[in-house]
Design a protein. Sequence first.
Lengths: 294, 223
Amino acid sequence: MFGFLFGEALRDLRRAGRVAVSAILLISLSLAALGAFWLLSSNLGRAVDQFRERVKIVVYLKREPSTAESTALVERVRRMTGVGGVRYVGKSEALGTLKQVLGKDAAVADSLPQNPLPASLEITPTAEGATVEGARALVTRLSALPETEEVGGGLEWMDRFAQVQRLLWLFGLGVGAVLAGAAILTVATATALVLHVRRDEMEIMRLVGASEHVVRLPLLMQGMMQGLIGAVLAVWVLVGCYAIIGPRAEPLVTETLGIARLSFLRPPDVVSLMIAGTLLGGLGGWLARGRSEP
Amino acid sequence: MIELHRVWKTYAVGPVKVPALSDVSFRIAKGEFVTLRGPSGSGKTTLLRLLYREDVPTEGEVEVLGEEVTQLSRRQVAALRRSIGIVFQDAKLLPGRTVYENVAFVLRVLGTPRREITGRVFDALRAVGLSSRAQAYPAQLSQGEAQRAALARAVARKPLLLIADEPTGSLDEAMAGEVLDIVKDIWAGGTTVLVATHQATLAATLQRRTLTLQGGRLIKDEG
């Protein structure tokens, strides 16, 4: 029976002709747009995660503590929620680092009457502490320490970066949804056209006692086929664009995002796109089917 | 097999109610061959539509194959129709399918196993003398052949009841005779047959029980 229903659905797809082709192209377009934004957003997400792993919070101390005091302070800070690692940087080590940074101009530092750099604690937050909310709470806790002069290296810029990522994803979802709406209507139109052509067949089917699901399933299936074909095309377009644009964009991506290369969608994401396409087509077929009820 | 008890059917045309059937009652036993006679507009098609539950009576009871058809769910209607073969004046063959495919189509939609379909289709086509025209499309058939193909489609499912609505209405005398001979063969095989016709001579030729409708009323039950 499934073979028969599948055959009828294929026949219906051919009957829908150009309208079905339009529906397939619209589904491809909507899923390709969604997939492209998804791809960009996931790569931005990777960059954010990578930055998050490297992020440091620096606590500048009011005065340089003794060795015993610094050990106790490090231990106290290490026990705080959201703290992954703590390293004490003394005044002389800070100056040494500055000289390294200055390179051939390091003599400038030597000409200073005294070391102006404060002692500090370099804190690596845990994953929880590296979130925007986590970092904000951690900075508050660190600021409250009596030894603290100032806390630097906040995550506001990363917060903005994450917001851009979310915005991109939402924008993609919006564009995809508008195109998907158009695609559903086109599939529904294609199905309505098939219904018109098939009405004699459906009448015969009902008169001989075919069950309603046998009468209607081919309509639903041809809609799903349109969706699946559209999704396959969309993935094909995305793969093509990725193969062409990916290598050319690598230097820019490395420079701006700090990731080695753009990653393509993961296999589960591709499968999700396929399922989304099939469901879109099925929904169009179902909507038209609903209108056909005697 | 079929029992109608005080059946009325009225159609509303705007504010006006037009009676199509008025107080019709009769019984048809299993294995009978019955002709339903009457001029155009006498209510024959309306009556047949009630039997395969394409329509419901305004009043009265319609029992077919032991089922009160007005009480049936959609699923039960489908089950009832699987036991009824229906033939129309215009044959209603699907134009995009060959004669073979037209007959096979109904078997397939009813879930007949694939391996049985070819045999059953050719058995049906042989029974109506159309096996040599299996690959022809409806447009390539004469009216008589088209009607025989419709009969093949109806009997391929081995129905308990065959309902034919003016099966010879558009055929010349020779072709009509051929079609009726086939219908009689089907009846001889044990199928209950109800044939509607407006042709008085045809009803007389059949020499079977005849129900006569006029203006929606059953005015005669003879033979």
